[in-house]
Design a protein around this ligand. Structure first.
Ligand code: HEM
Length: 158
């Protein structure tokens, strides 16, 4: 029950994360190509994106402690996990790729803050957030990928 509730939360938070990413990217590219000044709203957009990814990391980390999660196998049966593509995807590939995406988002936010000119700030945010979103997007278990999971999970259904 707890497991399903957390899985549902992780599933739905995916949409919050993607919306935050698109908003941060929109502001960064608009600022870069529109030669706009860097504003606190631009900084906030990047922070929301990083925050949403960080929450996903937190929830994802909980899976490694829950007995019903496939991630639990990481502690007991790593050999089996590495040989089975679907298990390997969730336990290793998905988690590592998301961690890289999160690091790039924090880096983008920090570098943008330190840029000397507004154009540099927008450019740094735009480039690093773009790579981060691409990596995160590719690591999501979309229904059309081999490791398919539902687009929207409702807590009481598997
Ligand atoms: C480093 C951060 C993350 C870790 C460690 C992590 C870990 C996991 C694990 C272990 C699962 C499988 C759970 C299970 O079936 O028992 C999972 C599923 C999933 N993750 Fe993540 N995750 C992370 C970040 C993200 C992010 C950033 C997104 C999307 C923006 C995301 C989207 C999903 C989705 C959609 C599922 C399938 C949920 C479902 O079955 O309904 N994850 N994650």
């Amino acid at each position: 029950m707890v497991y399903l509730a957390i899985l549902t939360l992780h599933n739905l938070m995916r949409w919050v994360t993607l919306v935050a990413a698109i908003w941060a990217l929109y502001r960064a590219y608009r600022g870069w190509f529109g030669r706009r000044p860097w504003t606190p709203a631009d900084q906030r957009a990047g922070r929301w994106f990083a925050l949403a990814l960080s929450l996903q990391l937190l929830i994802g980390g909980v899976f490694y402690c829950l007995p019903d999660s496939v991630a639990q196998l990481a502690w007991t049966n790593l050999n089996v996990v590495m040989r089975e593509p679907s298990l390997r995807f969730f336990v290793v590939e998905h988690s590592v790729q998301m961690f890289v995406a999160l690091s790039l988002t924090h880096l983008g936010s920090a570098l943008a803050r330190r840029g000397r000119q507004d154009a540099d700030r927008h450019r740094r945010a735009a480039l690093l957030f773009s790579v981060s979103l691409l990596i995160a997007f590719a690591a999501i278990p979309w229904p059309w990928t081999p490791h398919e999971r539902p687009l929207v999970r409702l807590g009481w259904k598997w």
